[in-house]
Each structure stands twice: as structure tokens, then as C-alpha cells.
Design a protein. Structure first.
Length: 362
């Protein structure tokens, strides 16, 4: 059967058009490949969404109860973040913070933001101000390096909770970095003993009696949402480190080492510091080694003069005064003095090395 010449012409035309379309598409693809490497990817390309922002609303009007009232809803071993400024002290349950991530508060006349990232295990208190502007901070619903990203309501700027840096937009970006304040991550039992006049963030009618991240913390293979890259594999991604940021210095002390040695002395930004671990309470803290205008050199004490075993304690080389692991001198010339708390955080290694890649590890 001989095909109609008109049909042959139409078919040929369609083949030519298809070939031209394919060539045009290929040219566009090649052009994209040539251009794409020269374009800087948007800052949001590394973000990972974990929730809609409205599902984790920050606390902006916190209510507090007394220590005695808090006994009704806080368990002795419940983890809290304790903050003491001036003559005021407050405690914030980390189990409660899991649900809200940020508490905007005011203590001793200072505007502060109590922040908690359960993914990276990072609790930090920031002064919530940028320049002369006071901010309301909240979760952005996203993670960067599998650590919490915050935003402020005033300008919409984005801030990283791990280091307080402004990473995107808004007039608040001129401030650069939020200032971290000294706070203590411990248990309710320890905090109420150290600060008997403390107030406590009220849980209201919400029954929060445990952490929702127990399985996550127990599994060393689970790291955030799985987007973090372990560029410095000196230890496992979920290993906890005591992180110190001071000036241009970044110091990480593995918690396992601190538990073994009980004290690790260091210098950061020309400041004499010591990380202390209390084996009786499981509480760690970082203090300045400054007592009555002098730097003290602390070391572990062992036994008494007859070699009899005693509970662990510290002693300073300068005056031979005895200290406990809360930084209080209990005997000797320094008795009654307390070493001041220094800003620090207890953080998973994966997040620390992502945000502070050039830190010292001691």
C-alpha cells in the first residue's frame, strides 16, 4: 500500500518539530548546568523542617509559682534549667520546654530568652535584645545542622539557637549575635537546694511527667532529622560535650572525661575557668577560677591525712582551702566564697562541631 504523499509531508514536519523541541530542551538543560554552579544556593537550602511554627508557640507571658507549689508537679530528678540574676532565681523544666522551645521572660529587670533544642540537647539563655531593640523570640519550625533555628517577631530575622548568630534578614541582624548568660542545667532536687527561694515556670493544667525524646536520646544512631554531617569524627555524634564560647575561643570538654576527672581546668579568652562534675548529683557546671581577686588552681583532694577514704572534694593550691563541686569553699581561708558561674552548654558533639568547627577539645 502506497502512503499518501501529503501524509508523508505531515509526518516529516512533525518529526522535525519534535527534533527541534528536543534540541531546545537539551540546550536549556546544558545552560542550567553551566549556570547553576556559579549561583550561590539560598541560605534556606540547608534547613530541615520539623514542625509548623504555630505548633510550637513560644511562651511570651510566663506564669510562675513558688518552690512549695512546684513540688506538686515537678519530680526530684526532673531536668531543669536554672537561672539566677541579681536576687532572683527561676527554674524551667526541660520537659516543659520540649513543648514550647522558647520562654520569653524578664528577670532582675533584664529581658531574657530561655531556649532549648531537644534535638541537639542544647539549653542556652540569651539576652533577647539586638542593639536597642527588645525581641520576642520563637521557634522557626526548622533546623540548621539539625539544631534549632529561631526567629524574632519584630523583624522576622532568623537566629541559630546553638550560637545565637543572626543568619538571615531583618533590622535586628545588625546586632550579629545574641549574648549568652550563665545558667545551670541540673535537676529540680539540686536546683531547689541551691536556690531555695526560686520561682518555677508553671505548667498550668498540662500534665508533663516525662520527656518525649527518651527513645531518641537512647539511640546513638539517630542524629536530629538525619541531615547533620559529622566532619570531625573525634567522637560519636551523640557524645555530650561541655561547650564554652568566650571571645574568639571555643573549647569542648567531653563529658566522659569530666566524669572521670571531676575537674578540667582551662583558659578561654584569657579567663581562668574550670568545668566541675559532681558525682553525687550528676551535675556539671563551668565556673570562673576567681576568688577574692585571685586566680585559684583547683585539684582533686584525696582522703585525709591518714589516707582514710572520703567523699570527693576539691582543694586549691594557693590556700589549701577545701571546695565542693558547686564551686563553694567549705573550709580554709576561702571559706564562704563561691566561684561565679560562666556561660556554657551541654551539647551533642554533632551540633557543636557543626557550629564551632575549629574548637579545641580538652
Amino acid at each position: 500500500m502506497i502512503e499518501d504523499p501529503r501524509h508523508q509531508s505531515v509526518s516529516a514536519l512533525l518529526r522535525v518539530l519534535a527534533l527541534l523541541a528536543a534540541c531546545a530542551s537539551a540546550a536549556q538543560s546544558v545552560g542550567a548546568l553551566l549556570v547553576a554552579p556559579q549561583q550561590k544556593p539560598p541560605a534556606t537550602s540547608k534547613f530541615a523542617r520539623f514542625a509548623a511554627p504555630e505548633t510550637v508557640p513560644a511562651v511570651t507571658d510566663p506564669k510562675f509559682v513558688t518552690r512549695e507549689q512546684a513540688e506538686a508537679f515537678l519530680q526530684p530528678d526532673e531536668p531543669v534549667l536554672g537561672l539566677a540574676l541579681g536576687s532572683e532565681a527561676r527554674a524551667y523544666s526541660l520537659w516543659q520546654l520540649e513543648r514550647r522551645l522558647v520562654v520569653n521572660d524578664r528577670i532582675a529587670g533584664r529581658a531574657v530568652a530561655i531556649t532549648w533544642c531537644p534535638f541537639s540537647h542544647t539549653a542556652v539563655v540569651y539576652a533577647r535584645s539586638a542593639g536597642d531593640r527588645e525581641l520576642i523570640l520563637e521557634s522557626d519550625g526548622r533546623l540548621l545542622h539539625d539544631a534549632l533555628v529561631l526567629r524574632d517577631r519584630e523583624t522576622g530575622a532568623l537566629w541559630t539557637q546553638a550560637d545565637g548568630a543572626c543568619i538571615e534578614g531583618g533590622a535586628a541582624a545588625v546586632a550579629g549575635t545574641l549574648a549568652a548568660l550563665p545558667a545551670l542545667q541540673t535537676t529540680w532536687k539540686v536546683w531547689k537546694q541551691e536556690q531555695p527561694a526560686t520561682l518555677v515556670l508553671d505548667k498550668g493544667a498540662t500534665a508533663i511527667t516525662s520527656s518525649g525524646y527518651t527513645d531518641y536520646y537512647a539511640d546513638p544512631r539517630r542524629v536530629g532529622l538525619g541531615s547533620a554531617e559529622l566532619k570531625e569524627p573525634r567522637m560519636g555524634g551523640k557524645a555530650l560535650v561541655v561547650g564554652i564560647v568566650a571571645g574568639s575561643d571555643r573549647v569542648a570538654i567531653p563529658l566522659d572525661r569530666l566524669k572521670r576527672d571531676l575537674i578540667v581546668s582551662t583558659v578561654a579568652d584569657r579567663q581562668a575557668l574550670a568545668a566541675l562534675y559532681d558525682p553525687a548529683t550528676g551535675t556539671m557546671r563551668v565556673v570562673r577560677r576567681e576568688a577574692r581577686g585571685h586566680i585559684v588552681t583547683l585539684r582533686r583532694g584525696f582522703g585525709d591525712i591518714f589516707g582514710k577514704p572520703t567523699p570527693p572534694y576539691l582543694v586549691d593550691e594557693e590556700t589549701a582551702s577545701r571546695w565542693d563541686f558547686a564551686g563553694r569553699a567549705t573550709s580554709g581561708r576561702m571559706q564562704g566564697h563561691r566561684l561565679p558561674l560562666f556561660p556554657h552548654r551541654l551539647q551533642f558533639w554533632y551540633a557543636w562541631q557543626a557550629y564551632f568547627p575549629k574548637s579545641r577539645v580538652e
